[in-house]
Design a protein around this ligand. Structure first.
Ligand code: UDP
Ligand code: MG
Length: 331
């Protein structure tokens, strides 16, 4: 018999009580099919409850009671999906790790193909790339495309448009990702930064099975700024160039004024130019300090070395918390 290979399926969940049962049914079905085809495989399902406010945690408790392959980590509050992915990868025991969403937008049916690509050693990672953004609003897709265009122009780390956080990775790549312990995590950048051989599988966008997306437009906007700041220092250069250009303009204006004074004397006008230059330079300065501030704030958060996530409950101390919850419900 060949050596056993464990696949850890890592699923960050935030308010996913509605889709969890669907997801569990689907993933166990696919796992069973894969085990038939590749008898060396074993699975563990590692759910990360990212401080959900609904009954996600209770659902996870139930699942972990009835199925020993189910493990979970419940955060002390909402830390964001990036922290969830990091926690999952740090705690996974598998020879391979898969990161996927709970909402079935990352169809488990891809797993056999992904495993096939990675198993032979030809690739270290298999991921999906959506070729359409069906089911997404036009404005949102437009901004998404704009983000990728800007990002790839100003950053050395290539971020593939449509690439997703649905990844099947070898232990080697997982360890590489974990060696990046930064606090401001932008997974798309991190996965690309570590390199390795990546196989892209293309597919059409699928809509959420149930529940609603946790991402608002502004949430996504902030996230894209995070990506740019985290993986490029180009904005700092922009601010330096803007500063230089405005100094140059000011210099020309000074020379022009002096010449004008010498040739024509000084009438009282000049009020508009003064106001204009004050506004122009003031705006420019604010813009540049703003950019510097953004980098500084990120550096500030990094040097604090805060933990990326904090755990309240796992399947190991489950019964203590479950008992308290049930006692509360009784009266
Ligand atoms: N998620 C999370 N923490 C958050 C927000 C989202 O763990 O703060 C999880 C969520 O449960 C889901 C995945 O991240 O499994 C993707 O979220 P969602 O479907 O809302 O995003 P979208 O598919 O619209 O990008
Ligand atoms: Mg989704």
């Amino acid at each position: 018999m060949t050596e056993q290979k464990l696949i850890s399926v890592i699923v960050p969940c935030y308010n996913e009580e509605e889709v969890l049962p669907l997801f569990y049914a689907e993933i166990t079905k696919v796992s069973a099919q894969m085990q038939e085809q590749y008898p060396e495989l074993a699975f563990e399902y590692l759910f990360i409850d990212d401080g959900s406010k609904d009954r996600t945690l209770q659902k996870l408790r139930e699942l972990s009671r009835s199925d020993t392959r189910v493990r979970y980590i419940s955060f002390s509050r909402n830390f964001g999906k990036e922290a969830g992915i990091y926690a999952g990868l740090s705690n996974a025991k598998g020879d391979y790790c898969v990161v996927m969403d709970a909402d079935l937008q990352h169809p488990p049916a891809f797993l056999p193909t992904m495993y096939e690509a990675v198993r032979s050693g030809e690739y270290d990672c298999a991921t999906t790339r959506r070729v359409s953004r069906a089911g997404e609003s036009k404005v949102r897709s437009w901004f998404a495309r704009l983000f990728y265009r800007i990002m790839n122009r100003i950053s050395q780390t290539e971020i593939v448009d449509g690439a997703q956080d649905f990844r099947f990775m070898t232990r080697q790549m997982v360890d590489a990702v974990l060696s990046m312990t930064e606090y401001n995590r932008f997974s798309k950048g991190i996965f690309s930064w570590v390199g390795f051989r990546v196989k892209y599988l293309e597919y059409e966008n699928v809509e959420r099975a149930a529940g609603t997306t946790a991402w608002s437009f502004w949430g996504l906007f902030r996230y894209s700024i995070e990506g740019i700041i985290g993986f490029s220092t180009a904005p700092l250069t922009v601010s330096v160039i803007l500063g230089l250009v405005s100094c140059l303009i000011a210099l020309i204006m000074i020379v022009a004024t002096v010449i004008k004074k010498l040739c024509f004397g000084e009438p009282v006008d000049g009020y508009p130019t003064t106001i204009c230059s004050i506004f122009f330079l003031g705006g420019l300065q604010l813009f540049c300090t703003g950019i510097v501030g953004l980098y500084l704030s990120k550096t500030y958060l990094e040097v604090k070395h805060r933990p990326i996530y904090l755990v309240r409950e796992t399947e190991e101390n489950r019964d203590r918390f479950a008992a308290a919850d049930e006692a509360k419900k009784e009266p």
